[in-house]
Write a protein that binds this ligand. Structure first.
Ligand code: NDP
Ligand code: X2W
Length: 343
């Protein structure tokens, strides 16, 4: 199969290149950016003598005529417009941005940008691979989940779906490495302000809040609005979400771990940790794993769930390729079976 990438000069695009360059079933057909006619290694010298392709301009008809799938690793606001140019063409599309994940009205409110048409949003299948594989199989347009929602949703799904918690009790404390903000320089991501610092941002107004709530409500209609706080960690890659929920019934940590293990036993990229063996972001760096650890506080009846991913992998490019594998009927781990980079 032939794959094209738009937004290849960004971090998500570069991560797609890293995966697809070794993928046994996908060949990189073309790479695109607003910067044309430039070898990609000019932008990314680490690709020198590995990927020699030149960046090309963005011409949807030409891309659709030559590739089987196109990945849109472009900013929100741009991606949705591009997706609209591919929908009636014979090509599968995976959009890494937030443009197609939530309803148009919600998008306008949380992203503070003009949405694409509700019709286009309705066409997109939400690409949370572990929970939506059946729909992904038949899809031609995927809204790839956000990085924070991926870590949060995988960790909450089992207790939400089984109605095991107070639906009004969900608090998610989330932290991300700086590559989550993309490659464009900003004050927030500058070394002198991010290094040895730790700060909260977009408190109660993060654009991933409605995306998380939408999926939780599809699993359990009793769910109430969540509290979701995002923080910037002075590391390059990695997301940790720590979720706090009130359990409806007494339950021991060991029993809940057994339950989670059973829920995810057919999911190669979700690793449920053993008791007191909590995951850290470095243990999944460079890989497509989501590692989950949990503990029940028997004094308060609250459950703490810790979930880690690499934001550029399971949080973006890795999950996008996992979805592409599912769409083309290939084993979902193909091209993604790396051991995390440790230490
Ligand atoms: N970074 C992360 O961890 C995650 C990112 N995402 C989402 O994935 C997408 C890509 O993110 P990321 O790689 O971090 O972003 P970057 O800012 O690093 O890259 C954005 C890319 O889009 C291209 N671009 C910018 N403006 C336009 C335009 N007008 N038309 C076409 N291309 C354009 C840029 O290239 P050029 O200027 O050369 O054209 C660049 O290649 C975003 O929607 C982001 O929200 C999702 C999950 C996690
Ligand atoms: C660290 C950091 O700044 N992360 C970004 C992640 C943005 C993102 O992935 O954008 P989508 O909304 O298109 O998913 C943020 O919190 O806004």
């Amino acid at each position: 199969m032939k794959a094209s990438i738009i937004g290849t000069t960004g971090y998500g695009g570069a991560e797609l290149l890293r995966i697809l360059n070794h993928h046994p079933e996908f060949e990189i057909q073309s790479i695109h950016s607003t910067k044309e006619d430039l070898p990609i290694w000019h932008e990314y010298p680490h690709l020198y003598k590995i990927v020699n392709q030149k960046l090309q301009g963005i011409h949807p008809d030409e891309i659709a005529a030559n590739a089987d799938i196109v990945f849109l690793a472009t900013p929100s606001g741009i991606s949705g417009q591009l997706a609209g140019k591919f929908v009636d063409k014979d090509i599968k599309v995976i959009d890494l941005s937030g443009d197609l994940r939530i309803e148009a009205g919600q998008y306008e409110k949380w992203y503070k940008k003009d949405p694409v048409s509700q019709e286009l949003i309705d066409e997109a299948i939400y690409g949370l691979s572990e929970w939506n594989a059946e729909a992904i199989k038949g899809a031609s347009l995927i809204a790839n989940p956000g990085c924070y929602p991926t870590a949060t949703l995988l960790s909450l799904a089992p207790v939400i779906k089984e109605n095991m918690i107070d639906p009004d009790s969900i608090i998610v404390d989330a932290k991300s490495g700086i590559s989550g903000a993309g490659r464009s320089p900003s004050r927030k991501s500058s070394f002198s302000e991010a290094n040895e610092n730790f700060s909260a941002y977009k408190v109660n107004e993060h654009q991933h809040t409605p995306e998380i709530e939408k999926q939780l409500l599809q699993w359990n209609e009793r769910i109430k609005p969540i509290t979701f706080t995002t923080q910037l960690l002075p590391i390059t890659r990695g997301i940790m979400t720590t979720s706090y929920v009130k359990l409806n019934n007494d339950c021991r940590t060991s029993k809940l771990l057994e339950f989670y293990e059973n829920v995810y036993n057919e999911c190669p990229f979700v690793r449920i940790r053993t008791e007191k063996n909590y995951p850290s972001v470095k243990e999944v760096a460079g890989s497509n794993y989501c590692d989950i650890g949990l503990n029940v506080d028997e004094r308060t009846g609250r459950l703490t769930i810790i979930s880690v991913i690499d934001n550029l992998m399971k949080g973006a490019a890795g999950q996008a390729v996992q979805n592409a594998n599912i769409m083309f009927g290939i084993n979902e781990t193909t091209g993604l079976d790396f051991i995390p980079l440790y230490p």
